[in-house]
Write a new protein. Structure first.
Length: 182
């Protein structure tokens, strides 16, 4: 695992920079960020549903399971319509998905950091990032009603700090890779 991370240190750094950029944009304009996230999801679901339904109908002779594709497309369209009709409900559902994602990512990072402990120094950055992810996810589950804008600010702070920690880990990974090549 360490060698995979080290060989791909540039991707780890890119993830970190993307997190920092996303986090800062979110912190500077949380209301717009939430609205954009919800509308992007609604638009994606709607377009994806239309394309899936059309593809199912157009290729029904060649595809024996076309009815399931058609149903999938119709559900996608319906979710898109619901998203545009009730963006608050969609925002809450999106929040819960983000919470679950943060917990899953955090647990994975904690496990990875424990495994890396004996191989490199500085694994604490990955451990801290994992703990931060888990705490963030739990907080989102416990306090969803505190306001979507406040939660978006949490997302921004989380993404910024997580990104900084990933960039810090990158330096350790590069150093380890250079030592291994000598």
């Amino acid at each position: 695992m360490l060698s995979v991370l080290a060989r791909n240190w540039g991707l780890v750094a890119l993830r970190g920079v993307a997190g920092i950029v996303f986090g800062l944009l979110t912190l500077f304009n949380p209301a717009v960020t939430l609205t954009v996230l919800v509308l992007l999801f609604g638009g994606y679901s709607l377009v994806d549903g239309v394309f899936t339904a059309v593809a199912a109908v157009l290729h029904r002779q060649a595809e024996p399971s076309w009815p399931s594709l058609l149903v999938s497309g119709i559900v996608g369209v319906a979710i898109g319509v619901v998203t545009f009709g009730w963006p608050d409900v969609t925002a809450l559902a999106l929040l819960l998905l983000i919470a679950a994602w943060a917990i899953a990512i955090g647990l994975g990072e904690i496990v990875a950091a424990i495994r890396l402990r004996q191989l490199i120094r500085g694994e604490w950055t990955l451990m801290l990032a994992g703990v931060l992810s888990v705490l963030f996810g739990v907080a989102l589950f416990l306090f969803p009603g505190r306001g979507a804008v406040a939660i978006v600010l949490w997302i921004g702070a989380f993404a910024t700090v997580e990104g900084i920690l990933r960039v810090a880990l990158t330096f350790r990974l590069r150093r380890w890779l250079q030592v291994q090549r000598v």
